[in-house]
Design a protein around this ligand. Structure first.
Ligand SMILES: C[S@@+](CC[C@H](N)C(=O)[O-])C[C@H]1O[C@@H](n2cnc3c(N)ncnc32)[C@H](O)[C@@H]1O
Length: 206
């Protein structure tokens, strides 16, 4: 699994715990959230280095990464798309100013998906991202709680009793990883994504 914009690693947590999976996390991570010995890359740098050297540098993927990637996940930062009071979009609106979100991270993730042709892919964001992502990806495939997903996986089935509120993960605004904690995918979704990616598809029988 390639976990792009991996943050605190919530999306790939179940796969990291499963010995059948190898996970490469990519995050520009200015605050050292990831393991300190993992190189930090922006997705833009990955696009510039499409020879896949950065993946090989982890020693996890062999000579044919295009065929080896079961799942590409991407969680571009949601700040520019958030409808929260202090987010840049609503703040600009109140001030009568215009605001254009940075689409370059989504564009880089799509470039990587198209280049590496993973078997499955999933791009995740917030409700406010829908009008901005739709021109690239069409309408969302699934919405699970506050998480909006565009993907080609079989249905991601979380238990009917599952609930999740980003506010539950909230901490003081002075906490440097506050936005990462709020954005972290819960293990229930990571596990459901892993199961969806492991379930046989019609292509497996052809
Ligand atoms: C929404 S959070 C990811 C949450 C994550 N999926 C989880 O479950 O913990 C977005 C992450 O994107 C990272 N990021 C921001 N710009 C980036 C870039 N250009 N390339 C790669 N990562 C970037 C941030 O450092 C942040 O950790």
């Amino acid at each position: 699994m390639l976990d792009l914009c991996s943050g605190l690693g919530g999306a790939s947590e179940a796969m990291v715990q499963d010995e059948d999976w190898l996970v490469v996390r990519v995050d520009s991570d200015p605050q050292g959230i990831l393991e300190p010995d993992w190189p930090r890359y922006t997705v833009h740098e990955c696009v510039k280095n499409l020879s896949n050297n950065f993946i090989k540098s982890y020693g996890l993927i062999g000579v044919s990464p295009v065929q080896d990637i079961t799942l590409l996940w991407a969680s571009p930062p949601c700040r520019d798309f958030s409808r929260g009071y202090h987010a840049p979009g609503p703040t600009a609106l109140r001030a009568g100013e215009s605001f254009e979100p940075d689409m370059s991270i989504l564009e880089a993730c799509i470039d990587l998906k198209e280049h590496w042709e993973p078997k499955f892919w999933c791009i995740e964001n917030v409700i406010g991202a829908i009008p901005y992502f739709e021109p690239y990806l069409g309408p969302p495939t699934q919405i699970i709680g506050p998480f909006v997903l565009w993907h080609n996986l079989p249905t991601i089935a979380v238990d009917y009793s599952f609930t999740h509120f980003k506010a539950d993960s909230d901490v003081w605004s002075t906490n440097p990883v506050r936005s990462n904690l709020r954005a972290k995918l819960p293990i229930e979704i990571s596990t459901a994504v892993m199961k969806a990616a492991m379930s046989p598809t019609l292509e497996d029988f052809s």
